[in-house]
Design a binder for this molecule. Structure first.
Ligand code: BYC
Length: 362
């Protein structure tokens, strides 16, 4: 199911199905064997994992909180574009799959907020920072889902880009983030296949369905390339980004540009299989580089979206705030329940202690 009937199951469709992912799993197991009380620099030098109780420079902690929180916010805000199609999915099967996918994104948010909390920050504080604009979420979720084909394009392109960026994060130097990424990538891999399969079916449907799929690919291609972040290599790099330091710390394993190139190389072939044309007249194979060349990215648009002026920024954040306010009673109930459970556990321990105290010594 989900695309295996339309593509060769032995050929990786995305980065989570590649040898990179298997290597990350193997690396994850090996990173468990580390010297006790190793210093931060020694851990990074030996490519070992930094764990929550280890000493770490405050700038490392700050960078991780920023990136993991932004990632968590993206997963949660990212539920909205597809969530709006749950009631309009074209069949019961599509509806069930879409609900499962959107629910997975909520789960990813939870793993990531939990990973961020191991760095000593509370998720309530992170959500406050999202709601008042002090923290970002991915630019990609500020674009509208106009037709059903947009759900296909999100799965294929947005999840495809997300996995390309996240498989290397399975080898991130910070243990809780790296471990969260292993599961996230497996789930994203299914998401990408379902997007591919939606577009595959539309492309084998009527002229109107093919046109709808092509229109969605046209609108999502450019924003998907922006997901990898600003240029950070060669002449195009403007400096001031985080890549160099994050790579030195083993948080990022590749530059934004390297990952974007890998994504383009993978997607050109898939677009061809789907029968879609990628909206870039400059796309051509470069024999010398062994990669696909592609046209300039509209960085003005990227900056506008980051500043809050994308097509859906206001809608996304006001919906998020409303959901947060309306969910206040759930958080209160959960807190009250947890307090009750804790009180019961304490009184049970006290009774056991009293019982033991009353027993005659053997
Ligand atoms: N959007 O130096 P750079 C998903 C910012 S959700 C907004 O390269 P860094 C899904 C960046 O924050 C998956 N901002 O930064 C969910 C920085 O800002 P400041 C989302 C961006 O952190 C539902 C500045 O630009 N994935 O899969 O080293 C449905 C300079 O950038 C963006 C993640 O979050 C952007 N696209 O690298 C479907 C992955 N790009 O601090 C799917 C985890 C850059 O200077 N995050 N900026 O103000 C990362 O890997 C890295 O944070 C990034 C950026 C590669 C995104």
């Amino acid at each position: 199911m989900y695309g295996t009937e339309v593509i060769d199951p032995d050929v990786p469709l995305n980065a989570a199905e590649s040898a990179d992912y298997d290597a990350a799993l193997a690396g994850s197991a090996a990173a468990g064997e580390r010297p006790a009380h190793a210093s931060f620099d020694a851990l990074i030098e030996a490519d070992q994992r930094v764990e929550p109780r280890d000493d770490m420079p405050s700038a490392y902690r700050k960078t991780l909180i920023r990136q993991i929180a932004q990632h968590a916010h993206s997963e949660v805000i990212g539920m909205q574009p597809e969530g709006s199609w749950v009631t309009r999915a074209p069949s019961l099967r599509r509806k069930a799959i879409l609900i499962a996918k959107v629910q997975d994104e909520a789960g990813h948010g939870l793993y990531l907020y939990s990973a961020a909390e191991t760095l000593g920050i509370d998720r309530a504080e992170l959500l406050d920072m999202l709601h008042d604009g002090r923290q970002k979420y991915s630019s990609i979720f500020n674009y509208p889902t106009l037709t059903w084909a947009d759900c296909g394009a999100i799965g294929w392109l947005v999840d495809g880009a997300a996995i390309m960026n996240q498989v290397p994060l399975c080898r991130c130097s910070y243990g809780p983030y790296a471990r969260a990424m292993i599961r996230v990538c497996k789930e994203e891999s299914f998401h990408q296949r379902q997007g591919f399969e939606i577009l595959w079916n539309l492309m084998r449907g009527t002229d109107a369905q093919r046109a709808m799929a092509q229109d969605a690919a046209n609108r999502w291609w450019g924003p998907a390339l922006m997901m990898f972040g600003p240029h950070d290599t060669g002449d195009a790099a403007q400096g001031g980004g985080h890549t160099e330091q994050s790579m030195a710390w083993g948080i990022k394993r590749f530059s934004n540009d390297d990952l974007r190139q890998r994504f383009v190389d993978m997607m050109v072939l898939q677009a061809d299989r789907l029968g879609l044309t990628l909206p870039d007249p400059d796309l051509r194979w470069n024999e010398e580089r062994g990669h696909w060349d592609f046209g300039a990215i509209d960085w003005d648009e990227f900056r506008r979206v980051l500043k809050g002026d994308g097509p859906c920024n206001a809608e996304r954040i006001s919906h998020r705030r409303r959901a947060h306010d309306e969910g206040a009673w759930v958080r209160e109930a959960a807190t009250a329940y947890a307090a009750k459970q804790a009180a019961r556990a304490t009184s049970a321990t006290r009774s056991t202690d009293r019982l033991h105290a009353a027993e005659p010594a053997a």
